[in-house]
Design a protein around this ligand. Structure first.
Ligand SMILES: Cc1cc2nc3c(=O)[nH]c(=O)nc-3n(C[C@H](O)[C@H](O)[C@H](O)COP(=O)(O)OP(=O)(O)OC[C@H]3O[C@@H](n4cnc5c(N)ncnc54)[C@H](O)[C@@H]3O)c2cc1C
Length: 478
């Protein structure tokens, strides 16, 4: 597999047409789309604070047991060619073989590391056609706007660069349960895997897709000791199952105005589908093109109700996992190697090599205890910007360049993806996409939505350059 050659930090300097902060799927595909569509060469810097250029957190895993949760023929990086990844897999049999994929099926759930290789391949090919693309390992710590001068950015190594436009593609932030002192919060670090695989019981906080990745890793490493998992609702992602298509035919008049109406609508559609011999999964999938409209139709009060009462059920039905993963989970449960707890953690006490965790069992006042040697947090990302402790986000807030959306799920943006400043106006020339947009768009986390956002942000960038071609950015001398 081809690897990106990263440009050394000292090479970052001068004035860029665009600086893209974050080189996961979103940032990478903004760069690729801009370069594919721009009529004249544009100097673009794509930078990431980690070495995972092009792959981001999700696709830089080295464990081939971590699978995509979207079928191969739907994971293409371009909105107008959704089977592009499937085609790539068929053209790269050697890579597939190395990753343990014997047969590439359109509906298969492929190791995520192959998706990382696909994205890197796209990036490598783009950089060959467009040598003006620069990539770098650099953390951006500070952004300031100068009237008519564009933006000044500073890296964590105090290198200053200038940009006419800035893209914030920061992805998910780490989990936010700061009160849990004794925790590991990077479930994708090989060092964490090694530690967790040591003999002794382990507790995984969370029962979502990330926690299941960890279960797969520990199962593969033949973990000695029990794996405990805990979450408030004890809900796991539902399993994917092939099904016939269902057509929702949702008319504007049918759009739910409350979270209760949304629930009724889904139930009614599921009933209708069942009459036609079609399962609920097809109903959830049929709503996908409408999800954004549905979300934006709900008032903020109703959005809050959705988040409080429906979210865990919606998320576990909407973001499903491959049957292979659930087979491993069920086998471990049957062998008594995996215990799932449902409740609310009350205390965590660490005493030398022992960690005692007490929790209030769901639906009861009983306090139970789990004793383990290791604890790892997979509770989902923190999205309240003020609780992140992220230097870039803190500075953007202090400078008043961005504001938090009212649901505290990310940054406020307008429909052109421009961030909203402290005075409530769009900050012309800074865009955000991906998880940062969850407040406005809710479904803003997976490739099918992100590839559309990446293309739309790229179009905004090109149109901005065309209308602001004479920004008075200082010319620099070295
Ligand atoms: C474990 C996991 C599995 C997933 N599986 C799937 C799947 O199967 N299918 C699917 O469609 N979606 C999946 N997703 C959703 C996934 O989040 C998206 O598909 C996509 O990878 C998100 O890309 P992103 O670029 O928005 O964010 P990320 O991939 O998180 O990239 C953001 C990048 O920004 C960098 N960054 C942040 N701050 C700075 C800074 N100040 N300076 C420089 N760099 C910075 C980070 O280091 C990071 O690399 C999965 C997500 C996770 C976490």
């Amino acid at each position: 597999m081809k690897q990106m050659t990263n440009i050394a930090k000292s090479d970052i300097r001068g004035v860029y047409d665009v600086v893209i902060v974050g080189a996961g799927f979103s940032g990478t595909m903004v760069a690729v789309n801009v370069l594919r569509a721009a009529l004249k060469p544009m100097r673009i810097l794509l930078c990431d604070r980690t070495s995972s250029i092009g792959t981001g957190l999700a696709y830089s895993t080295t464990d081939s047991h971590h699978l995509l949760n979207v079928r191969a023929d739907q994971m293409g990086a371009y909105p107008d060619d959704v089977s592009n990844f499937y085609t790539w897999l068929r053209n790269h049999p050697e890579e597939c073989k190395k990753a343990g994929v014997k047969e590439v099926k359109a509906g298969g759930y492929i190791p995520r590391l192959l998706y990382g290789a696909y994205l890197q391949d796209i990036l490598v090919k783009t950089s060959i056609d467009h040598p003006e693309l620069e990539v770098a390992n650099a953390a951006i710590r500070y952004v300031a706007k100068h009237d008519n001068l564009g933006f000044e950015l500073t890296t964590d190594e105090n290198i200053t660069i200038y940009a006419k436009q800035v893209v914030l593609a920061l992805g998910n932030f780490p989990p936010g349960n700061g009160r849990l002192k004794s925790k590991k919060d990077n479930p994708y670090s090989e060092a964490v895997w090694d530690e967790l695989a040591l003999p002794g019981d382990v507790l995984i906080i969370g029962t979502g897709l990330t926690s299941l990745d960890l279960v797969m890793t520990l199962a593969k490493r033949k973990k000695q000791g029990r794996i405990h998992m805990i979450s408030r609702h004890g809900l796991f992602p539902q399993v994917h199952k092939d099904s016939e298509c269902y057509i929702s035919n949702l008319t504007p008049a049918e759009l739910p105005l409350t979270s209760r109406e949304l629930l009724h609508l889904i139930r009614a559609k599921v009933k209708d589908a069942e009459v036609q011999g079609i399962g609920w999964r097809a109903v959830i999938d049929s709503l996908r093109p409408m999800n954004q409209t549905i979300w934006e139709t709900l008032s903020e009060r109703e959005q809050r109700k959705f988040l409080r009462f429906l979210r865990p059920y919606w998320d576990t039905h909407r973001h499903r996992c491959s049957p292979e993963i659930m087979e491993v989970r069920d086998e471990l449960i049957a062998k008594g190697k995996l215990c799932v707890h449902k409740g609310h953690i009350v205390t965590i006490e660490e005493n030398q090599e022992i960690i005692d965790v007490t929790y209030r069992k769901a639906g009861s006042t009983n306090i139970e205890m789990i004793r383990v040697r290791q604890l790892v947090s997979c509770t989902g990302p923190q999205s309240d910007l003020r609780k992140l402790n992220d230097p870039l986000v803190d500075n953007l807030l202090v400078e008043g360049l961005v504001t938090q959306d009212s649901l505290k799920m990310g940054v406020a943006t307008d429909e052109k993806y421009e961030v909203i400043d402290a005075n409530g106006h769009p900050t012309s020339g800074i865009y955000a996409l991906g998880s940062l947009l969850k407040g406005r768009l809710y479904e803003s986390v997976a490739v099918p939505e992100l590839r559309v956002q990446a293309l739309e942000v790229a179009r905004q960038i090109i149109s901005y350059i065309e209308t602001n071609s004479n920004l008075a950015i200082p010319s620099l001398h070295y």
